[in-house]
Design a protein around this ligand. Structure first.
Ligand SMILES: Nc1ncnc2c1ncn2[C@@H]1O[C@H](COP(=O)(O)OP(=O)(O)OP(=O)(O)O)[C@@H](O)[C@H]1O
Ligand SMILES: [Mg+2]
Length: 283
């Protein structure tokens, strides 16, 4: 059985059809990517899956149950967690505290008793801290657990977001541009962590990503969205060779010339596709 089935999802903003009749099936234990040019509707699709927006049309079945009409916190409790294109952390809390916040829905003890580390801290609270530290180690941040989130370099903040999302013990994690703004070294390490989410933790991964090296190296399947519509789906090699995809990224001329020049080896989409500073763009 598929872990997630999104069927015929449409989301409009006024006259703009941001997501247009998109159907996507995600098998448990897979790593899939959603790619497409700026403004294609990728983040909006995530926002529909996580309950931030209600779709105008379509249905979503997760783990055998319908999701549409549930609140974001209810969807989190069902097992879908996410990170955000524009990082959302509690800047004045420590790294460890940020992960504890993410775990809050699963801890029965009062949250503040853990944050304040009261002397009478119970067994459950100690376990929560253990688990948070384990998640921090997973994203290579345990040595920075007592730093304030706002003082972390950008790449560390992105990895902290992943640890925070894992705090709720998801079955599926949606990552919205997890390597945006990272240098090549940070990107390589984040790519490994994303791979390990599935390999070591068994979490199903859905990735929105512009860096084609990341996408092509870890995705089993790739869905391409352009102007809200899914224009292609397949394995990395199929997607790399798909003329509609090349056209969406590079323009019609590129698809034509790639056809005549080298039919079996059309150009890779560029590694970074016309990216403005990610922090200047709105969610
Ligand atoms: N809340 C909103 N109100 C109105 N329009 C919106 C809203 N959110 C997104 N849009 C519009 O919907 C379209 C899809 O935006 P979305 O952010 O989903 O694209 P994206 O594929 O994530 O792009 P990027 O790669 O730049 O992050 C864009 O035209 C955007 O301006
Ligand atoms: Mg986006």
């Amino acid at each position: 059985m598929a872990l997630l089935e999104a069927k015929n999802i449409t989301k409009q903003f006024g006259g703009l059809v941001a997501v247009n009749d998109v159907t996507l099936t995600i098998e448990p234990g897979s790593i899939i990517s959603v790619i497409g040019p700026n403004g294609a509707g990728k983040t909006t699709f995530f926002n529909v899956l996580t309950g931030i927006y209600k779709p105008d049309r379509g249905k979503i079945i997760f783990d055998g149950h319908p999701l549409v009409n549930l609140r974001p916190d209810q969807i989190t409790a069902r097992g879908i967690c996410r990170t955000f294109q524009n990082i959302r952390l509690f800047h004045n809390m420590t790294v460890l505290e940020n992960v504890l916040v993410g775990m809050h829905s699963r801890i029965r003890a009062p949250f503040w008793s853990i944050i304040l580390r009261t002397p009478g801290m119970k067994h459950e609270e100690r376990e929560a801290i253990e688990r948070a530290r384990h998640l921090l180690a997973f994203v290579n941040l345990d040595n920075k657990r007592d730093e304030l989130a706002k003082n972390l370099p950008y790449g560390d903040q992105r990895r902290l977001e992943i640890a925070r999302a894992l705090g709720a013990n998801p079955k599926m994690i949606l990552l919205d541009e997890p390597t945006a703004g990272m240098n090549p070294h940070e990107t390589a390490s984040a790519t490994k962590i994303i791979q390990n989410l599935r390999d070591d933790l068994g979490v199903t991964v859905v990735l929105i990503e512009h860096d084609m090296r990341v996408v092509m190296s870890i995705s089993e399947r790739i869905s391409v969205i352009d102007y809200g519509t899914k224009i292609a789906e397949g394995g990395p090699e199929e997607i790399r060779a798909n003329p509609h995809v090349i056209e969406a990224y590079l323009g019609k001329g590129a698809a034509e010339s790639s056809k005549s020049a080298a039919p079996s080896h059309p150009p890779d989409p560029p590694a970074e596709v016309g990216r403005p500073d990610p922090e200047l763009r709105s969610q």
